[in-house]
Design a protein around this ligand. Structure first.
Ligand code: N2P
Length: 371
């Protein structure tokens, strides 16, 4: 189409010149692409379309819904991905330590100047000098409840506590309206350790045995393990209790409201402590299109684009200038932007050594298999 446009009014010679240029510089002829590997339900589709239109770069987009899946791909190497979104701990820090990520060329990321300095400092413990990643979105791990259905089967259930799921007497009751748990040893075990009064980073075999005992006791009451699909199942009213990521539950609540079938959902950051995490935009070391990756990341960090993402997926971002463009019902939702007294009960995790990671993964498959 471009070549045809050149025929007139300057005639055939211009067309020949254009063709010659394309032969001499094949990159001009090739489509520019960026291969993005991100969590499911984690972007504003309009942002992707807008980026493609503005830059001419085509976005190829793949999804995962657990850190285990992302780690499996990254450890095998040669993923072909240009942008990945690992959680600061334990995955991103592990990738940084193993040299699996490209240092970010700051000059290509002018919009990174808009990132919250305090939050970036917090993730610097996973990535010295913030060399390999910028914060995309953040959130917590907690419980999603369909209060009306839970109250119907357990009128005095403790809705503010992990007891609701981790105490067999409550789980047994909740099982009557359905319990779903995310399928991730990495993202579930720290919360159980914390609930048991242990360090969420514990590598002690006795602590892991206590976690296993707790989980096994509620195993018969879990209807399904699902990370991505939990949102739909909850929104459809198929389950009444889910262990999941904050924004996933809040998205489910919004979808349920839109569906108008009377399903009302709520996110709870349990009082004993909810894990706070940060998801990072990063570029694999062997990314085939690192320049396009930087353009994509820089685009996502634009305040208007990032505000659109938060409005869509209901996770908070780390760009303070988005505040005025985030919808009031989202900015005012304590599950999305937690007030200080709630944040005081959040905890973060540190790196998990390889042998502890393996022990946790083995325990998780024993637990899951014991249905
Ligand atoms: C999106 C899940 C995101 C976050 N569905 C987990 N870090």
């Amino acid at each position: 189409m471009v070549v045809c446009g050149l025929i007139s009014p300057m005639g055939v010679s211009m067309r020949v010149l254009a063709l010659l240029l394309l032969f001499a510089f094949p990159a001009l002829a090739a489509d520019r692409v960026v291969n993005v590997y991100n969590w499911s339900d984690y972007i504003d589709p309009y942002a992707v379309a807008h980026f493609e239109r503005e830059t001419g770069i085509k976005v190829r987009y793949d999804l995962y819904d657990s850190l285990e899946t992302l780690e499996g791909k990254m450890l095998a190497g040669k993923t072909g991905y240009d942008v990945v979104v690992p959680t600061s701990e334990p995955t991103f820090s592990k990738l940084v330590r193993s040299g699996a990520l490209l240092p970010l060329a700051r000059a290509a990321l002018p919009n990174a100047a808009g990132l919250d300095a305090g939050l970036m400092k917090q993730v610097a413990s996973s990535d010295p000098g913030n060399a390999h990643g910028v914060i995309y979105l953040w959130g917590t791990i907690g419980l999603g409840v369909n209060e009306a259905r839970l109250r119907a089967v357990a009128p005095d259930a403790p809705l503010d506590s992990w007891d609701l799921l981790f105490k067999p007497e409550w789980a047994r009751k909740a099982a009557r309206c359905g319990i779903t748990m995310m399928d991730s040893a990495i993202d579930v075990i720290p919360s159980v350790l914390k609930y048991l009064g242990k360090s969420p980073d514990s590598t002690d075999a006795a602590d892991l045995a206590a976690v296993e005992k707790t989980l096994r006791a509620i195993r018969p009451h879990i209807r399904a393990f699902a990370s991505g699909g939990a949102v739909e199942a909850m929104a459809a009213g198929e389950t009444c209790l889910v262990l999941s990521y904050s924004g996933d539950v809040i998205q489910a609540a919004a979808r349920a409201d839109e569906a108008g079938q009377g399903v009302k959902l709520r996110y709870i950051a349990p009082k004993e402590g909810a894990q706070l995490w940060f998801d990072m935009l990063a570029i694999p070391k062997d990314a085939p299109h690192p320049a396009e990756a930087l353009e994509f990341i820089n685009f996502l960090l634009k305040p208007d684009v990032m505000a659109g993402i938060t409005n869509q997926v209901r996770y908070p971002n780390a760009i303070p200038a988005t505040a005025s463009a985030v919808a009031p019902e989202i900015a005012g939702d304590p599950g999305v932007y937690p007030p200080a007294e709630q944040r005081a009960r959040f905890f973060t995790i540190g790196p998990v050594p390889p042998d502890a990671t393996r022990a946790r993964a083995r325990m998780w498959s024993r637990f899951k298999g014991n249905g």
